[in-house]
Design a protein around this ligand. Structure first.
Ligand SMILES: CC(C)(COP(=O)(O)OP(=O)(O)OC[C@H]1O[C@@H](n2cnc3c(N)ncnc32)[C@H](O)[C@@H]1OP(=O)(O)O)[C@@H](O)C(=O)NCCC(=O)NCCS
Length: 171
């Protein structure tokens, strides 16, 4: 299956990813797309005209704990693949593109936080060569907006993982 990864570029792209990977949280994808204003890139994976996956790449970690303990380097958040397209290499392709982007952001390392019970994600990150930082367990605080426009805050305790990304091609 041929998967092409490119940055989310427009509200039409946002609508496309919302149609194929609905989150149930209004504006989830739009909020991540609009973080391009702060140097982040929301990558989308496409199979022909169908958006089948997404991941956000930020120049530095969102977690103060990680920045203080491990330093500053790019990070991926909000990885997701449409249910019908899982186990086809979409996440692997997105993560390879994210690593290339991290290098273009000047990073030599790529980090991520994951909930300890998320076995598919843990298997993916291990398969890609990420290693856990056992003493760095950030709390992921994230917000979503319901249909009435009310913002809700979620707090998830995570483990933290990273891998070197220097030397990878950009793409
Ligand atoms: C986790 C997720 C992103 C994986 O996406 P995917 O496109 O199915 O992953 P890939 O096909 O690229 O898998 C690459 C490798 O990761 C591992 N892997 C991925 N999903 C797995 C699963 N369910 N069980 C075991 N291993 C898995 C395997 O080693 C796999 O290689 P293989 O298929 O050759 O065995 C997807 O399941 C998803 O969107 N889950 C819901 C959202 C989520 O949890 N995001 C992560 C937040 S931290």
């Amino acid at each position: 299956m041929t998967i092409v990864v490119r940055p989310c570029e427009s509200l039409a792209d946002v609508a496309a990813i919302e149609a194929s990977v609905p989150t149930g949280h209004s504006a989830y994808h739009a909020q991540r797309f609009h973080r391009n204003a702060e140097g982040a890139v929301y990558l989308l994976a496409w199979r022909d005209d169908l958006a089948v996956g997404h991941v956000l790449v930020t120049p530095v970690s969102k977690y103060e704990l990680v920045r203080a303990r491990l330093g500053t380097f790019p990070e991926v958040n909000a990885l997701g693949v449409a249910a019908a397209y899982r186990r086809c290499g979409v996440a692997r392709t997105l993560m390879e593109a994210a690593a290339g982007l991290a290098v273009s952001m000047g990073g030599t390392r790529l980090g991520l936080a994951v909930e300890p019970e998320n076995q598919p994600a843990l298997a993916l990150y291990r398969a890609l060569g990420f290693r856990r930082h056992p003493d760095v367990d950030p709390v992921d605080v994230w917000a979503w907006i319901d249909e009435a426009g009310v913002e809700h805050e979620e707090r998830d305790r995570c483990s933290y993982w990273s891998q070197p990304c220097a030397g990878r091609g950009v793409g």
